[in-house]
Structure formats: C-alpha cells, structure tokens
Design a protein around this ligand. Structure first.
Ligand code: SF4
Length: 494
C-alpha cells in the first residue's frame, strides 16, 4: 500500500527523497532550522486568508483523519459553499485544501502561502492536491496559489482582497499530473529501504533560506574543510565540484576557481593575513569627525499592523549609536528602544534626527539595511524627508575593506559578515563576544524578543529591555573597534 502521504511529506520528497526517509525513520537526527516565528506567521496568514471569499466552514483538525474526511463529505454535499481545510484521501495520499470553493459543477482550490512570492515547490504542493481530488473524481475547475502582496499599503481597515494576490496555476498543475503519479510511485519504492539511503548531498540541501535539518547528519563524513565551506559560492557550483569528487580544500587547491575562493583555500593552508594598507587608508579618509557608528534593529510581520505599512516591511524599533566628536574626544553612547505595541517609526525617526548632527559621518556595517530603512522612513514622513535623506549621503559601509578582501585572515572563514570579522580581529576579547550577553545574542532573537515583550510582567520587561539594549550597544561598539583596528593596521594611532 505504501507510505501514507500528506502535502508536507510529498513536498519533502520533492526536495529530497532522503529527507522524507530520515524524517520518518531518524527524526532524532534533525536539527532545528526555522524559527518559531516563521511557523507562527504561516498559521496567522493561513487563518486570515480563510475569510478572503467571505463566509466559510472550517473542517477542524482531528488526530483521527477519518473524522476530517467524514466532515468534509458532509460539507461537499452542500454546494455552493466554501470549505477551509477540506480533507481528502485517495489510495494513501491525503491532503487538506486550505480554501476550497465547492460549486455544483466542480471545485476550485486555493493553497495559501505566507510568503511574498511563489516558489517552484508551491507548484508541486498544489499539483499534488489536484492529483488527489482528480483521482477521487472531482472536476477541479481551477488551482490557485494565494500569497501576500507587498505592494499593498495599508490605509485604515485591512483589505483582504488587496493584501492577498491570487495566481491561477491550473495549467501548470494539470501538466504536472503524470509527474505527480510517477513521484508517488518513486516515493513508495524509496521508502521501502530498510537501511539509511546512500549519500546524495547537493544543492537541494540548501534549497531554502536555511540548511536542511539533516545537513549535520548527511555531511558528517565530509572532510573537515570542504567545498561546502566555501563562503559565497553558488550552491550549484558547490554541487558540481562535489560530484566531480573535488571535495576537500586539498582537492580544490589546484582547481581553476575564482580568485576569492582560491584566497579562502590558500589562506586556510598558509594562515597568511592579507592586508592592502593603501586601499584601507584611502577608505578611512571618508570617515571624518564627528563620527557616528549606527545600527538598527527591526522586525517584520506578514500582515501590516499600521497605516502606511506593508507585508514584511522591516519596522525599525531600536537603534544604538556610539559617537566620537573629534580626535581628542572620548567615545560616547546613545540608544533608542521603542515601547512595544505602538508604531515605533515616527518616534524613532525624530529621535534619530535629534541624535545625529547634520553632515556627521555615519558608519554602519552592511549599509543597505540602514539606508533602506532611512529611505522608507523618509517616504512615510515627508516633513522629515530632507533630514533623513541627508543622513544617507553620509553613510559609510565599514564592511567594504573585508568584502573587498583588503583585509582577510583565516578566522574569517571566507565570510565578511560582522559575526566572523569581529572575532577574527579580536579573538580574545570577552567584552566583544556576543555569547557572553545575557538575553539577546543576535538580530533574530532581538526582533522575536521585542514582539513578545507584552507577554511578560513589568519587571521581566525591564530586564529584557536592558538585555536588548546591551545587544544593540555591542553592535555599534563592535563598529568602533573595527574602525580602530583598521586605523591600527595603517599606523594611524588616533
Ligand atoms: S541534508 Fe541534503 S541529502 Fe540530507 S536529507 Fe537534507 S536535503 Fe537530503
């Protein structure tokens, strides 16, 4: 009879048959890869989208699937109606349809995604549902994907018809029917294996924004430094080299690869420190007193909460500034952390304008984040526009010397992210170690914590807010230290 399939199991096997096999047979080997907020977002969007066509009947989840199938059967007799989570099963292939328009002459199915765009895997998902329904004899009039429209800007009450975009994918789903049938047969055969299936690692292991939960397990036999450790190389190229047996850094040493990849491999062997002092010196000339080291924290929500906001807008809620007024001055600190539950954007923008003097050098790491937030704030608040946009003209991205490999050492592991650069520049400084912070240790934790603040008592909130300030404060103190290190490299003591 084969494995009892669901939408999610089918999609796992589309990504990688071994992923499905491991999740069924070795779930204890999985590592957590997606944050709780991603799952919460999916649920929140799914529930909101149910009302997109008006009144509906929901088939409640039940461990006993037969109850869901019976409840669906009852509802299917009531056409025309709208059913959410309508559940069907054909030959061990089960699916719940997010939204189903049940009409006397057939059905329309709508699969809801909490993302802004559709991905190829979403087409497989909906094609699988069409397959199940067609095999049961339903006339599937249309198959659709529903996703968020980031161009919709909320003004007053949420307008579901504008917040969601519906894409008709009927033709693609129909064209894929034979493929679905073959894939189900392939899955059933694959799942018969009693022993762990062989090594199949490749680009599918990095298909999403995060690694597959079984990456640690599947890659355990790779050499210590291997092709998958080469930072910023396309996953397709990594897979190709891997398939050619060019796996360890030793194997790759004599390969004809781009300079940046070679550099990482060579420095790994030689432990040489690359420094282009001339270029660093030239770069540092852009940073003039007074110098303001700035870092924002932001959160995003799939459903716009405030007027003039949109799906997945990054809402800045916190910043830290370390600043030095002149050559002789000490480093000073300023910070802002919004109250939770209110729109923080206006108050943050006004505070920023108060804190940073006109025409000061503003030093950030990975400037596109800060410049985009400032540009967005300038668009929302036309009266602050001029001052905000002027800030963008004075932003200097201190990532540049590392991204350009004017300064590179082994400990950076091919990356120019601050999380690698900082410990590489200051390997033995506990005060610069994010692990030593008490509450928040990275940007994702910062936004998750801020969004959950109201769940805590006043006293707990105080403690948490202190921890959040410490985290963001370290982000800009780190920038000061990076700047100082660059100056030291070129022999500028002050
Ligand atoms: S790590 Fe790669 S090979 Fe292993 S299960 Fe995941 S996708 Fe498949």
């Amino acid at each position: 009879m084969g494995i009892y399939l669901s939408k999610s199991k089918y999609c796992k096997a589309i990504q990688c048959n071994k992923l499905l096999w491991l999740s069924q047979n070795k779930p204890e080997e999985a590592t957590e890869t997606s944050s709780a907020s991603v799952l919460e977002n999916g649920i929140m969007v799914g529930e909101l989208a149910r009302g997109i066509f008006g009144e509906y009947t929901n088939i409640e989840f039940d461990e006993d699937v037969s109850k869901m199938l019976d409840a669906t059967n009852e509802q299917m007799k009531q056409a025309p109606n709208i059913i959410t989570e309508a559940s069907f099963s054909y030959n061990n292939s089960f699916c719940s349809v997010d939204i189903l328009k049940n009409e006397p002459d057939g059905v329309e199915i709508y699969e809801v995604k909490s993302t802004a765009n559709i991905k190829p895997i979403n087409l497989d998902d909906v094609s699988y549902q069409v397959y199940v329904l067609k095999q049961l004899g339903y006339n599937v009039k249309s198959a659709n994907l529903v996703h968020l429209n980031t161009k919709y800007i909320r003004k007053g009450k949420l307008e579901l018809d504008k917040l969601f975009t519906i894409e008709d994918v009927t033709e693609i789903a129909n064209d894929k029917q034979k493929e679905v049938e073959n894939k189900i047969a392939e899955i059933n055969k694959y799942m018969e294996q009693k022993e762990v299936p062989g090594d199949v690692i490749g680009k599918q292991c990095f298909m999403h924004d995060y690694d597959c939960p079984y990456w640690k397990y599947c890659s355990k036999n790779l050499p210590d430094k291997n092709v998958f450790d080469i930072a910023i190389m396309r996953k397709e190229q990594k897979e190709e080299l891997y398939k050619q047996g060019k796996i360890s850094f030793e194997d790759l040493r004599n390969e004809s690869l781009q300079e940046k990849y070679h550099q990482q491999i060579e420095v790994d062997f030689t432990d040489e420190v690359i420094m282009d002092k001339e270029r660093i010196q030239e770069f540092l000339k852009q940073i003039e007193y007074p110098i303001y080291f700035l870092d924002f924290e932001g959160y995003e929500k799939p459903i716009p909460e405030f007027d003039d906001s949109w799906a997945y807008e990054q809402i800045p809620f916190q910043y830290s500034i370390h600043y030095i007024e002149n050559k002789e001055a000490e480093v000073k600190h300023l910070e802002f952390l919004a109250e939770s539950g209110i729109d923080p954007r206006r108050i943050l923008a006004e505070s920023l304008i108060r804190d940073i003097p006109e025409n000061a050098s503003i030093v950030v790491y990975h400037s596109s984040y800060e410049t985009t937030r400032i540009k967005e704030l300038a668009e929302i608040f036309p009266d602050l526009r001029e001052k905000l946009l002027n800030m963008n003209k004075h932003i200097v991205d201190i990532k540049k010397p590392f991204q350009s490999r004017w300064y590179y050492c082994k400990a950076m592991e091919g990356s120019y992210s601050i999380k690698y650069v900082l410990p590489a520049l200051y390997p033995n400084e506990p005060e610069l170690d994010y692990h030593n912070l008490p509450v928040v240790h990275n940007g994702i934790e910062a936004s998750d914590t801020f969004l959950k603040l109201s769940n805590y008592t006043k006293e707990e909130q105080e403690k948490i807010r202190k921890g959040m300030l410490m985290y963001c404060g370290l982000d800009t103190y780190a920038l000061v230290k990076v700047w100082e290190k660059l100056k030291e490299v070129v022999g500028d003591k002050k």
